[in-house]
Design a protein around this ligand. Structure first.
Ligand SMILES: [Zn+2]
Length: 280
């Protein structure tokens, strides 16, 4: 009979997890294509407490861009992920909520986390949430992440309260310094209808592959771990740049940032000199 030692002091470092992350608490809002990958990646690093929040159920439309298997169809996405992650990681605690981002505006709850990650791909809601955090002096750092369509790239923005740089820095228009609707990190020009409609389907969607979601989750998880390990002290941003092949095929235009960008995966300062919040 073979006897193996089974305790976290041995198993975690031996299989590549970081034990110092066991006491960290992360709130992940959005468990879709990017969020489900982030949940898996965070769990694999050794983070001890993950709270998932998403009101949606897993459907056939999600199948190829999600970590969940087909037998979870019609389950709440959070329950599916909780089941999978709890089965795999013996020292992980997963809690679930079914709230949208804007229903989570309770500073007492938000302040109990070490980090909040928002992967809902809705700039308007994200900025309303950011306004709430500023007004109520929420002390928890927030990462906003989003993927762009047609394989062009993805982005993550880390906003650390009381450090230089904030989410609004990512929305200063590079030409006239107004606060734009689209992020200045984006690689696709604003005001293009990027969604696609399948014949007879009726609901428009943004085309991107699971690989784009996975790559976007990776830059986000890396940023999260560096922050939680105390290696980042000021607000930061990171992007990955993909090929423009599908964008050109579809007849869309890229931004100047895309053309000039050569710092994929590099963590850069978020501060924008035109941000009215950071430069009062
Ligand atoms: Zn700012």
């Amino acid at each position: 009979m073979n006897v193996r030692l089974f305790n976290k002091e041995r198993v975690m470092p031996r299989s590549g997890a970081i034990q110092e992350l066991q006491n960290k608490k992360v709130l992940l809002v959005g468990c879709g294509s990017v969020g489900s990958q982030i949940a898996n990646q965070l769990a694999s690093t050794g983070i001890g407490h993950i709270t998932l929040s998403d009101p949606e159920t897993f459907s056939l439309d999600n199948l190829y861009r999600h970590t969940l298997a087909a037998h979870y169809i019609s389950w709440p996405k959070t329950w599916g992920l909780q089941t999978e992650l709890s089965n795999k990681y013996p020292w992980l605690e997963v809690q679930v909520m079914f709230s949208e981002l804007l229903s989570l505006r309770y500073e007492n709850i938000l302040n109990t986390f070490d980090l909040i990650i928002i992967a809902i791909g809705s700039p308007t809601q994200e900025r309303i949430f950011h306004d709430y955090c500023i007004k109520n002096s929420v002390e928890t750092a927030v990462i906003n992440t989003w993927v762009e369509g047609y394989g062009i790239g993805g982005h993550a923005v880390l906003d650390i309260p009381d450090s230089k740089g904030c989410l609004r820095c990512a929305y200063v228009d590079p030409i006239d310094f107004s606060r734009g609707l689209g992020s200045n990190l984006n690689f696709l020009k604003p005001n293009q209808n990027l969604t696609k409609n399948l014949a007879g389907c009726g609901n428009a969607f943004l085309p991107y592959s699971n690989l784009s979601a996975l790559q976007t989750a990776l830059i986000t998880s890396n940023l999260a771990i560096k922050f939680l390990m105390g290696q980042l002290h000021s607000s930061s941003k990171v992007s990955w740049k993909g090929s423009d092949f599908d964008v050109i095929q579809a007849g869309f235009q890229v931004t100047d940032r895309y053309t000039q960008f050569s710092k994929s995966l590099e963590i850069l300062p978020l501060l924008n000199s035109g941000c009215d919040l950071c430069n009062d």
